[in-house]
Design a protein around this ligand. Structure first.
Ligand code: B1M
Length: 210
């Protein structure tokens, strides 16, 4: 789809105005909003990430690319198909302590909300105990943990350990995700599941809380 490709390029080239204009075209043409987010906005952000890894882009470029991505998201988000309105299961979500990468987490949140979950977003750099306090407070069904750095993965294990220490492990399902995370890691730390991408996180959340 040429429009998706154009969207990805607009994000990569840091062109916020063009990103918005193309997102509006997606809606005007009646194309699927989530596909445009995944194959356009996220694809563009991932390509910017590759340039960052190759040291062609630096922090300022990434932040401008994410501004463009969020501007496109603002246009597309209201048009994501709401598949299960009123489903109402509660999710506490956040990025674990030590990590401030929150783009992926925000996408997972948006998808969960679109699927009818009630989401409590604790933001980024969240201490393990905060996830638990909030989950108890709002009587969450699920705790969703995101991290993008290998150095902070262990914080996910810490959340599971604290749940076990408090004898409340069985009250909440725990799911994990983010670039360095795998099914194997999820099993090792005793989480209930892993999803590689935002859309799969919704399927997993549905399955675990259904
Ligand atoms: Co940073 N960064 N960064 N960064 N950054 C990485 C992660 C890194 C791999 C780059 C590299 O060195 N090759 C590296 C981590 C290395 C490691 O693992 N140890 C790194 C580093 C080192 C850092 C700093 C320490 C750099 C520095 O200051 N020296 C610093 C971190 C400070 C801190 O947090 N303590 C830093 C800062 C930044 C920016 C601020 C510039 C920016 C973040 C902006 C923001 O998030 N607000 C940034 C970015 C953008 C990246 C890269 C380039 C891209 C990440 C991204 O947003 N991708 C990244 C390299 C890369 O990935 N190529 C890198 C797009 C996003 C849509 O994908 O988040 O993977 P992602 O989410 C996906 C899936 O993973 C999944 O769904 C999403 C979409 O489908 N998913 C879940 C995510 N969470 C999920 C949860 C689920 C399920 C699925 O269930 C609960």
């Amino acid at each position: 789809q040429a429009l998706h490709e154009a969207l990805a390029t607009a994000v990569l080239e840091l062109d916020e105005a063009l990103t918005v204009q193309l997102a509006e075209q997606v809606i005007a043409r009646g194309l699927d909003a989530w596909t445009a987010i995944e194959e356009g906005l996220i694809a563009g952000m991932n390509r910017a990430g590759t340039l960052f890894d190759e040291e062609e882009y630096f922090v300022p470029e990434l932040l401008i690319a994410s501004d463009a991505m969020y501007a496109g998201l603002a246009v597309l988000r209201p048009h994501i198909r709401n598949e299960q309105a009123g489903h109402g299961r509660r999710v506490v979500i956040g990025v674990v302590q030590g990590d401030t990468h929150d783009i992926g987490k925000n996408l997972v949140r948006i998808m969960l909300e679109a699927a009818g979950f009630e989401v409590f977003d604790l933001g980024r750099d969240v201490p393990a105990q905060n996830f638990i306090d909030r989950a108890v407070e709002v009587r969450a069904d699920l705790i969703a943990l995101s991290t993008l750095m290998t150095t902070t993965m262990e914080q996910m294990a810490q959340v599971v350990r604290l749940l076990e220490a408090g004898h409340i492990r069985e009250r909440f399902k725990v799911i994990v995700g983010g670039a360095p995370i795998s099914q194997h890691f999820a099993e090792r730390i005793g989480a209930d599941g892993y999803a590689p991408r935002a859309a799969q996180a919704v399927q997993l959340a549905r399955r675990l809380t259904g």
